[in-house]
Design a protein around this ligand. Structure first.
Ligand code: ATP
Ligand code: MG
Length: 377
């Protein structure tokens, strides 16, 4: 926040208005240390760029410039409204405006529509402070209109209910129920980003209850999956865990949720963990083959909790490259040329070592190999 205040002071010295806005103002009043602090200002992107040495054009067409200062990045956005919305998702155009109040009016919920001066005075035209105290998520102005402008806000309300452990105000919930079908107009990337935040926050159950009562599950891709029993879900701070949990719980394959466009890394982690969670017995070979992340995730689904990192550490080797003998050694010792036999015998050796039936020592491996190989060929 110190850096944001510095940025505000520079802007004000140059004759512009500037305030901290959005989530940071909300979190500050809740006694949390705000992560990224956004600044709203009357300065145009061009004027902001002229005032600071290092800036990045992160969203100039929306009026946003990232100011780099003291090893931090502060997003400075010119006061704006969101123009008209013809498609329930993104504003067709943004329009720069003169006053802070107009900028705050375009924001989604009262608790997100406050500003704060560098002296830490709060500007609160929509009763956000009061709603913070009452722990309520309430749309700014007419909820119907706000959800028609941008349907993602419905999912954001559900996300904040869990993130903050707040309730959603009655009119706002009813409006979501009426407008739930509009969620189909939102790009999956934006949906997934909110769902990821729901799975990572400590109150997934609460958000999921709202997701269902607000009728959004009926219109989200694979929405029925979200209606699982979340009582045994213990968030780990990792969003992939939520996706794993719901698929495992309902015995569904990864393909059921692939519409959400996961990264290859997420996909692999989820798929491997699902596979692992179905294995009845885990032994050394299991610990050897699966990564710590995969083992940890699948462990949550089993009654016996264990420490996969420790179990992995106890293994004689961690990967093929730790083997004291190579394919080349096997070829030399056997006198045979490369072929399918090599892969088979390397795997045999790997298993033997992992199970602790043979010491990972070159001479001992040679003895074992020559003895066994000749017996089989
Ligand atoms: P978080 O703690 O998750 O970052 P946040 O409130 O900062 O929460 P952001 O998505 O970072 O949420 O958005 C920053 C601010 O921009 C919000 O507080 C809100 O004022 C405004 N905002 C973001 N998305 C929307 C939207 N879809 N409609 C209206 N206002 C929005
Ligand atoms: Mg934010």
């Amino acid at each position: 926040m110190k850096t944001a205040i510095k940025v505000i002071e520079t802007l004000k010295e140059a004759g512009f208005q500037a305030y901290m806005v959005g989530g940071a103002v909300r979190d500050f009043q809740l006694g949390k240390i705000p992560q990224d602090v956004d600044v709203a200002s009357s300065a145009s992107p061009h004027q902001v760029k002229a005032l600071f040495k290092r800036t990045v054009d992160t969203g100039i067409e929306h009026g946003t410039v990232l100011v780099l200062l003291d090893g931090e990045g502060i997003e400075v956005t010119t006061f704006r409204t969101d123009g008209s919305y013809s498609d329930n998702r993104r504003p067709d155009s943004v329009e720069f405006v003169q006053s802070l109040e107009e900028d705050l009016m375009r924001r989604d919920f009262t608790i997100n529509a406050m500003a704060m001066t560098e002296q830490l005075d709060i500007i609160d035209p929509f009763g956000g402070k009061d709603d913070l105290k009452k722990q309520i998520i309430r749309a700014v102005g007419d909820p119907d209109q706000r959800f028609q402008e941008d349907a993602l806000r419905m999912l954001r309300a559900v996300r904040f209910s869990g993130q903050l452990d707040f309730v959603i105000e009655e009119n706002t919930v009813h409006s979501i129920q009426r407008h739930a079908p509009l969620i189909r107009t939102i790009a999956v990337e934006r949906l997934k980003a909110e769902l990821d935040k729901i799975f990572a926050n400590p109150n997934t159950q609460k958000s999921m209850a709202y997701l269902k009562t607000s009728n959004l599950t009926a219109f989200l891709p694979a929405g029925f999956l979200f209606e699982t029993d979340w009582t045994l879900y213990h968030p780990t701070g990792k969003s992939v865990y939520g996706w794993f949990y719901l698929l495992h719980k309902q015995n569904q394959p990864f393909s059921e949720v692939r519409d959400y466009r996961f990264s290859n890394e997420e996909k692999r982690l989820i798929e491997k963990s699902l596979e692992l969670a179905k294995l009845e017995f885990w032994d050394q070979w299991t610990f050897y083959q699966y990564s710590i992340d995969q083992l940890e995730m699948a462990s949550h689904a089993r009654s016996k909790m264990l420490d996969p990192a420790a179990a992995k550490k106890r293994l004689p080797i961690q990967s093929k490259s730790d083997l004291a003998a190579s394919g080349l050694d096997l070829m030399r010792w056997s006198g045979d040329r490369s072929g399918p036999w090599l892969k088979t015998w390397l795997e045999k050796l790997e298993k033997k070592i992992v199970y602790g039936e043979l010491e990972n020592d070159k001479e001992l491996i040679k003895d074992w190999f020559l003895h066994e190989y000749h017996r089989h060929t």
